[in-house]
Design a protein around this ligand. Structure first.
Ligand code: C2E
Ligand code: CA
Ligand code: CA
Length: 412
């Protein structure tokens, strides 16, 4: 699996083809490692030298990688390699490889390190003596180990938290900017630890999204949101235009059971689909055809679809027009900067123009100041959310606000 990862990474890297003749030595054990290789054509022998004798270890062929170990552990070559036939190799520099390894999951990095340590030890045993390793990087290695341990600990705490129902939706009201009445809300996940500590999704959402845990957590959020719609209906009545926005990750849209579970949950509570707005980011476009067709089915079932953080991804008018959207959410960064920088203001104006042209509702995110609110009102934006009005609050607090029992704006 690790080799697969490295080979895939290597294929993406700028190609540097090098040729070696039959029997030519590519590198020798003890040499400094400055490059890893992917075999494009030909065969390569990996061998050790003991008492002047070659000990063959492995013959590698097309598509296989070698020379990566000293890139990973910054130590001299642990074995020698020579061409068995004429070979064409794609060379990858240490920097090119390390940039990619650095961006890999810390646990994958630790696994790589463990595998390279094990191989080195194996080679030393066969050779009957250890080659020197580079101690300069001991601190970096220790740092990697710590990161991996922290990550595993966090993953374990998350699994435990999920079993204990510690993940809950908070709700941030979305206002009509002219009447200042609550029109809907966005469900934002929070992790309530047993010690009462509230952890924000920035700490754990990527971890959930990298694993299939996001499917269970996402379904839990959907179930709670529908249950809370029922509670609103009971307590205050549910206006026809009230909506709850639920953030849905690309991975959920790629799940073949997503619609079935969504619809089962909805049917159990009897709510109309238009009370639910599914928020997706522009990354959905990279999730493949299943995700897009799921999006289309959701829209045809009556769910609203908002594109979140709009303007920060690779939006193009062409794809926007082809997606079954109901809403654009202007990213907080533009709202934040629009009273300070002309470029951000132009961007907001352009997004408003685009939304109008495509007949989409526009929601401004992250409104923090009266000045921003005034400007948005003047630009004709009708819906928005932000700390100026209210941060995300537990459901009971949201219900109290919605019921008008607490009409005060809740500053963050
Ligand atoms: P998002 O969907 O863009 O949500 C808006 C974020 O901006 C929220 O952060 C919200 O608390 C914050 N925010 C709202 N108004 C203001 C403001 O005026 N100023 C500032 N500085 N921030 C404001 P939060 O709750 O930490 O969520 C972060 C991200 O985590 C969300 O960004 C969303 O991408 C993700 N997320 C949250 N809940 C879920 C969930 O249930 N499922 C999935 N897949 N992702 C979620
Ligand atoms: Ca959102
Ligand atoms: Ca957003």
């Amino acid at each position: 699996m690790l080799r697969r990862f490295l080979v895939d990474e290597l294929r993406m890297i700028k190609r540097q083809v090098r040729k070696f003749a039959e029997h030519e030595v590519i590198f020798q054990e003890g040499d400094d490692g400055d490059c890893a290789y992917l075999i494009e054509t030909g065969r390569v022998l990996v061998y050790l030298v003991k008492d002047g004798q070659e000990i063959p270890l492995k013959v590698l062929g097309r598509g296989e990688i070698f020379g990566e170990m000293s890139m990973i552990d910054h130590s001299p070559r642990s074995a020698s390699c020579k061409a068995l036939t004429e070979v064409r190799l794609i060379g990858v520099t240490q920097k090119q490889l390390l940039d990619r390894i650095k961006s890999a999951d810390p646990i994958v990095r630790l696994l790589m390190r463990a595998l390279s340590d094990r191989l080195r030890l194996q080679n030393d045993t066969i050779r009957g003596k250890a080659l020197p390793t580079n101690q300069l990087h001991a601190e970096a290695i220790e740092q990697e180990r710590r990161e991996a341990i922290d990550r595993i600990e966090l993953e374990n705490r998350i699994s435990f938290g999920l079993e204990n129902n510690e993940f809950v939706p908070y709700y941030q009201p979305i206002y009509n900017l002219h009447t200042q009445k609550i029109q809907g809300c966005e469900a934002l996940i929070r992790w309530l630890g047993p010690d009462g500590k509230i952890t924000s999704p920035s700490v754990f959402i990527d971890i959930l999204e990298e694993s299939s845990l996001i499917l269970d957590v996402g379904q839990m959020m959907i179930e709670k949101c529908f249950a809370h719609l029922s509670a609103i209906k009971r307590e205050t009545g549910l206006p026809n235009d009230f909506f709850v926005s639920i953030n849905i990750s690309g991975r959920q849209f790629g799940d073949p059971h997503f619609i079935e579970h969504l619809e089962q949950t909805r049917a159990l509570t009897g709510h109309h689909a238009h009370h639910v707005k599914l928020e997706v980011t522009e990354r959905i476009m990279t999730e493949g055809p299943l995700a897009i067709s799921t999006l289309q089915k959701c829209r045809s079932l009556g769910y609203q679809i908002a594109i979140d953080d709009f303007g920060t991804g690779f939006s193009s008018l062409q794809y926007l027009a082809s997606m079954p959207l109901s809403d654009l959410k202007v990213d907080r960064s533009f709202v934040n900067q629009m009273t300070l920088h002309d470029k951000s203001l132009s961007m907001v104006k352009t997004l408003i123009y685009m939304a109008n042209a495509l007949n989409l509702n526009l929601i401004a995110e992250g409104i923090e100041t009266q000045e921003q609110l005034l400007l948005l009102q003047n630009l004709g934006v009708t819906q928005g959310q932000g700390y100026l009005f209210c941060k995300a609050v537990p459901f009971d607090e949201f219900l109290a606000l919605f019921a008008g029992r607490d009409n005060q704006k809740k500053a963050a």
